[in-house]
Design a protein around this ligand. Sequence first.
Ligand code: ZN
Length: 405
Amino acid sequence: MAQTAATPLTGPHVSRIHNYACHCLGLKSYFQQPGDGRAHPHISASDLVCVVVIGRILRVTSFLRLEWLVHSQARAGLGLKAPFGDDVLAYCTERMDPETTRLALAAALHQAKRNKAFENSRFIGLAVDGTGAGRTYKEPCPLCDPIKDAKGEVHGSLHHFVLISVVGVGLTLPIDVEPYGPGDSEYAAAQRLLRRVIDHLGPRFADYLVADGEYATAPFLHTAGELGLPVVARLKENLPLLAAAVRARFDGQPPQAEFREGDDRVEIWDYDHFDSWETLNWPEVRVLRYRQYKRDGTVVEAEWLTDFAIAKLGSLSFYRMAKSRWEIENQGFNDGKNRYGMEHICHHEPNSILIVWLLILLALVIERLYRLRYLHRGEHGIRSAMNLLDSLWLSLGTRNRPDTS
Ligand SMILES: [Zn+2]
């Protein structure tokens, strides 16, 4: 109890996180010039962007709630001289250039790599997946995708985007999002996103790309290949010939290898000479099947394909890469939506929606690197996300923390 009680006194303040982001992640120039497109701003974009990012770390997930915060006694702790209204945030985010924030995210990840944030991981992964958020019944914006029932009746609309994130390194760090509206597709958006991210991060930043079965199509795999990224993708029935060949080879055969991973026992089948399908330019396809026996008695079985050569990637590493895909679901979409407000539309305008999504990613990157890589090194007494959150609220001098459950 004594340590818990002492934590807020020795705990980090908001300004320390800001200093960490500026000096350890190289974001100082970004926070000074975050891509403001307004002609005559009264409140600097620097202040607005800092407050949105710190606000997300504090899990303040609406512009109205931020307006409340900057009018409260917490304003000094946020480093702000004057308060502002939610309309200023709406006006500014409508006019910001998303490329500036995207480049800042890539630069922060580069800096994290240089700071050896991933040094205990042999392979750095990228995971890609799509989702929908911000359901609304209001007048549609250009990004609004109508939600139709079986009879074709519309019940509001949803905003779709593809997310790409660093995975497989012990902490999940989202990098970029690409929205797609009606007439566009997840699949096309994912290819645009992948090209842009590799352009920003460079071809040697990551070692593999992991994705679910719907991405296991020749054009997507070819795009990844052009960008120099081996792919690990779930094998499903959308590739019936390959799935049948895998069953013919593996069914009824004893596993080739078996290992323990945590509490689980895992059996492995792994073969690298399956025929490529006709549209795919790979000479052969390697497929891994795993059967995972969990402690509670459940058994999970799945198959994954890759163009990684067996000589470069053992079965256990292949299995771990496949499992790293879950990070984008759990630490990407679930955390992003349930804790950091990715589900909520602050201002219903396409550029503002995109900017807020990108600023949420930036908040996640800063919070995770600060907590798990920076504070971790010292005796700060901070361990969990909730512990850091409580410390930050107490350091702001307000106990009126929003409900984050
Ligand atoms: Zn909309």
